[in-house]
Design a protein around this ligand. Structure first.
Ligand SMILES: C[S@@+](CC[C@H](N)C(=O)[O-])C[C@H]1O[C@@H](n2cnc3c(N)ncnc32)[C@H](O)[C@@H]1O
Length: 340
């Protein structure tokens, strides 16, 4: 799937002749009917956004949202913004939300999509795959929407992730076994996939044939960026959240480890499938800023309360204790090399 010059015009609110000028000057290949490859589209966005940061643009009529000096212009209004402006949460669909972010504006994406494939393909026995998935809604209604992860949708999602991520930065995407088999090849078309990490949940959960004890995390980059540490293993032993109040709530430590690998102070962390807000808490614990969204009103209300309480009290109301497993390497990482 590619783009057209018209897509660029819409994205940049730029005149066709300005875009033409950049295409000629930079010898960018344009296909029939003005079609552009993903790479050419990205190059043109980069050229325009560089220009944008040098000259104060004529685009000031669009609402501009500023994240503590590190400017991230967002066309939509957040559902919640913390008083210190370090956390912003939006109520939106992941792809629409990403489309509203400027190109090259976030430093790291850490996310855990609600794949529909798993439920469609894994209807075994009662068909109930995710514990408590439907318990909380009235009359068996689901707690949250699933992201319709057809290859086409998934590619559109990843292309938006690529567009908003700065150059030489990392992305971490969580996968169950089924979506890893079907969708990870799509990720390889867009990003440079570097590794697949195994999250070992320490205790077995539900599942037919073999009971599930793990999930995967795909680690990829846009450009080159070394990890912050060479001693992080690719199996992470972190216990699951039990009796969570939001289904599929993940331990903050899973996201904290992603940030230990790739983040720097004040990095803008983005999670377009926010859920209970675990990634937002991990970002705050790692001295980063955070932009996130979710399609569910329960998720954003939950996350707002969790973030607000954490900012006031430093207590994470939905995960009160550490879930680190009894793995020496992991413990060392969390203690920054010091002993207990
Ligand atoms: C697996 S959960 C994320 C759990 C989260 N990592 C946590 O620790 O709580 C996936 C989330 O994606 C949200 N979601 C589903 N479809 C979406 C869409 N199209 N856009 C944005 N969010 C969506 C669901 O509402 C759900 O909260």
């Amino acid at each position: 799937m590619g783009y057209t010059i018209q897509d660029l015009q819409i994205e940049l609110s730029a005149a066709a002749e300005d875009i033409d000028k950049y295409i000629r000057l930079n010898k960018i290949k344009v296909g029939k009917n003005g079609s552009l490859s993903v790479k050419s589209y990205q190059t043109l966005l980069d050229l325009f956004s560089d220009e944008d940061s040098k000259v104060n643009t004529k685009k000031n009529d669009k609402p501009i949202y500023v994240l503590n000096g590190n400017k991230v212009k967002v066309k939509q209004k957040p559902f919640f913004e913390s008083e210190d402006e370090r956390v912003s949460i939006f109520h939106n669909d992941a792809i629409s939300f990403l489309k509203e972010l400027p190109p090259n504006s976030v430093d790291i994406i850490i996310t855990d999509p609600a794949y529909s494939g798993m439920n469609q393909r894994l209807k075994l026995g009662s068909g109930k795959i995710i514990g408590k998935y439907s318990d909380a809604g009235k009359d068996g209604a689901k707690w949250f929407e699933e992201f319709h992860d057809t290859e086409e949708n998934y590619k559109a999602f990843l292309e938006q992730c690529y567009r908003v991520l700065k150059n030489n930065r990392h992305i971490y995407i969580m996968f169950d076994s089924y979506s890893l088999l079907s969708l990870a090849p799509v990720a390889r078309e867009v990003f440079e996939v570097k590794n697949v990490i195994c999250w070992d949940k320490a205790n077995i959960g539900l599942g037919h044939y073999f009971r599930r004890r793990h999930e995967f995390i795909l680690f990829a980059s846009k450009g080159r960026k070394p990890l912050n540490s060479k001693s992080i293993p690719d199996v992470w032993k972190i216990k699951r959240v039990v009796s969570s109040q939001y289904p599929t709530q993940k331990p903050t430590e899973v996201f904290e480890l992603m940030l230990k690998g790739s983040a720097e102070k004040d990095f803008v962390v983005c999670d377009p499938f926010l859920g209970s807000g675990s990634s937002a808490i991990a970002a705050l614990k790692s001295n980063c800023k955070f932009l996130g969204c979710d399609i569910s009103d329960k998720s954003i209300a939950f996350s707002k309360e969790r973030v607000n309480q954490f900012l006031k009290t430093k207590i994470d109301i939905y995960q009160k204790k550490s879930l680190l497993g009894d793995d020496e390497a992991m413990t060392k990482l969390f203690l920054n090399g010091k002993s207990k």
